[in-house]
Design a protein around this ligand. Structure first.
Ligand SMILES: O=P(O)(O)OC[C@H]1O[C@](O)(CO)[C@@H](O)[C@@H]1O
Length: 432
C-alpha cells in the first residue's frame, strides 16, 4: 500500500497542510503510536483490531466452513460491519466479482423476496453474522431465510454457518441447532473486523486465498511505527485529520476500479462510525472513478472548499484493447486500452483538483489480489485508529446509534416510552 499525500500540502491546496505543520503532526503521531502499541499489548478493546494478523487462524475458518464449501452461492445475513467487509473481499477477489455472494443487509421486503426467489437453496451456504447477536434486521432476515429453506425442503441447519460474539440470542440459537460457529475476535468492533471470520467466511467458502489476505495484513502491520513518513496507514489517517482540522469536513472516497466500489462503502462506515463524535468527523462520500467524474467532480473542483478527495487505485490492472477507431475524431483512442484510459482519467482528475487548489490523496495497491487487499484493509484500519487518536475521540464505540435501535424495538413491541412519544410528537409540515 502506498499513500501519496503531496496534493494535500499547503503549497498545492487550500485547505492544505504545510511541511512544517506535518512535521509537528508527526510528533503527535509518535505519541499516538505509543498509545496504540500499549493498547495492542493488552489486547485492549478496539486496539485489538490491529492484532488480527496474529489472532486469526485462516485454517480454522476453512475447517469451520468445510460442511458448506460445496456451495455455489453464499447468502450473508448481516449488517454494517457484519456485512460490508465480507462484500468488499468477495467483490474484489472472486471470479464473478461477488455475484456468487448475496448480502442481505437490509429489511426491504421487496428486495428480500426478490433475492430469495432467485436462489436454489440446495446450492446455498447461509452465513449469519452479528457481533451482538441482537441486531433486529439480521435476526428478522435470518428467520425469513430459514423459513424459505424449510418451504424448499432444504435443511437449513446443514447449510448455515454462524459468526457471533461469545454470548447472545444468535450464539444460543447456533448452540441449540449445533451450527458451525465462529467467534468475532474479542475486543474487535464490528467495523474493524473484516480481517477475521466476520469478513473471511464467504471468501473462504468461495475459494478465495484467505491466507494471502492475512499475509498482506501482516505486511501492513510491519509498517506501524512512530512516524507517518514510514507508515502509509498512519500517513493517510494523519493527513485526513489535519485536513479536517483545516476545513475539509467531507472525504470523497473514489476508487478507480469497479471491484473496489464496495470498499468505499466499508470505508464510509469505518470513518463515519469511528470519527463522527463530539460534533466533529469527516462525512464520507462514496464515488467511483471514472464514472463520478461525470456526476460529482464539478462540486469537488468548484463547489464549497470543504472536501478532500481520496483516490484508490491498483497499480497493475488488466487491459481491454480499444478497437481501431474508424472516425478521425476518435483517432486519439487508437492503440490504447481501457486500463490506460482509466489511469489517464485518474491522473487528469487528480491534476485538475490540484490545479484548482483542492486537496486530494492517492492510495495505491500493487494489484487487485488477496495480498494487496489484506494490506489495504489493515492499513485503513490503522489510518482510522490514528485519526481517532489525533482527534482525541473514542474511536471504538458508536453510542449515537442506540437511540434509534431502541425506539424501533419499542415501536414494534407497541410500548409507550419517551422515545415512542418523540415519534408521536414529530413536527409535521407536509407539502403535497
Ligand atoms: O454485528 P452486529 O452486532 O449485528 O452489529 C451490526 C452493526 O450495527 C452497528 O452496531 C451499528 O448499529 C455497527 O457498529 C455494527 O457493525
Amino acid at each position: 500500500m502506498y499513500v501519496d499525500i503531496g496534493n494535500a500540502l499547503a503549497s498545492v491546496a487550500d485547505p492544505g497542510v504545510t511541511r512544517s505543520e506535518l512535521e509537528g503532526i508527526d510528533d503527535q503521531v509518535a505519541a499516538a503510536h505509543s498509545r496504540i502499541a500499549e493498547g495492542r499489548a493488552d489486547n485492549e478493546f478496539g486496539y485489538a483490531a490491529l492484532n488480527l494478523p496474529a489472532l486469526v487462524d485462516a485454517g480454522a475458518i476453512r475447517r469451520a466452513v468445510e460442511p458448506v464449501a460445496d456451495a455455489g452461492t453464499v447468502v450473508t445475513v448481516g449488517i454494517g460491519g457484519s456485512a460490508l467487509g465480507a462484500r468488499t473481499i468477495t467483490t474484489a477477489l472472486t471470479d464473478d466479482a461477488g455475484d456468487s455472494h448475496v448480502v442481505l443487509d437490509n429489511v426491504d421486503p421487496d428486495e428480500v423476496e426478490g433475492v430469495l426467489a432467485d436462489l436454489s437453496f440446495e446450492d446455498v451456504a447461509v452465513n449469519v453474522v452479528s457481533k451482538s447477536g441482537t441486531t433486529a434486521e439480521t435476526l428478522a432476515n435470518f428467520l425469513v431465510v430459514r423459513e424459505a429453506m424449510d418451504e424448499a425442503g432444504v435443511d437449513w441447519t446443514e447449510r448455515t454457518v454462524v459468526t457471533t460474539g461469545q454470548s447472545g440470542p444468535l450464539a444460543d440459537l447456533a448452540a441449540e441447532h449445533d451450527l458451525p460457529t465462529l467467534a468475532v475476535p474479542t475486543g474487535v468492533p464490528g467495523r474493524f473486523s473484516a480481517l477475521s471470520a466476520v469478513g473471511l467466511v464467504p471468501a473462504a467458502i468461495l475459494g478465495c486465498d484467505v491466507e494471502a489476505i492475512m499475509e498482506g495484513a501482516w505486511e501492513a502491520e510491519a509498517t506501524l511505527g512512530p512516524s507517518l513518513f514510514d507508515c502509509p496507514g498512519y500517513a493517510y489517517g494523519a493527513v485526513s485529520y489535519a485536513l479536517e482540522a483545516r476545513g475539509a469536513s467531507v472525504n470523497a472516497f473514489m476508487p478507480y476500479a469497479e471491484r473496489l466500489e464496495p470498499f468505499a462503502e466499508w470505508f464510509a462506515q469505518l470513518w463515519a462510525e469511528s470519527l463522527g463524535k463530539d460534533g466533529g468527523g469527516q462525512t464520507p462520500a462514496r464515488a467511483l472513478g471514472a464514472t463520478d467524474q461525470h456526476s460529482q467532480l464539478q462540486l469537488y473542483r468548484a463547489g464549497r472548499r470543504n472536501t478532500m478527495v481520496s483516490f484508490l487505485t491498483p497499480r497493475e490492472r488488466p487491459g481491454v484493447e480499444v478497437p481501431e477507431p474508424d472516425a478521425e475524431a476518435l483517432a486519439y483512442l487508437a492503440g490504447t486500452d481501457l486500463g490506460e484510459l482509466l489511469d489517464a482519467e485518474l491522473q487528469a482528475t487528480e491534476a485538475s483538483l490540484a490545479e484548482a487548489g483542492r486537496p486530494n490523496v492517492r492510495i495505491e495497491i500493487d494489484r487487485l489480489d488477496a495480498h494487496s487487499l489484506g494490506e489495504l484493509l489493515y492499513g485503513m484500519c490503522a489510518a482510522c485508529i490514528m485519526a481517532g487518536e489525533l482527534a482525541g475521540v473514542d474511536t471504538f464505540t458508536q453510542p449515537a446509534v442506540e437511540w434509534g435501535k431502541e425506539t424501533a424495538r419499542d415501536l414494534l413491541q407497541g410500548e409507550e416510552t419517551e422515545r415512542t412519544a418523540a415519534v408521536e410528537d414529530k413536527t409535521e409540515l407536509v407539502v403535497e
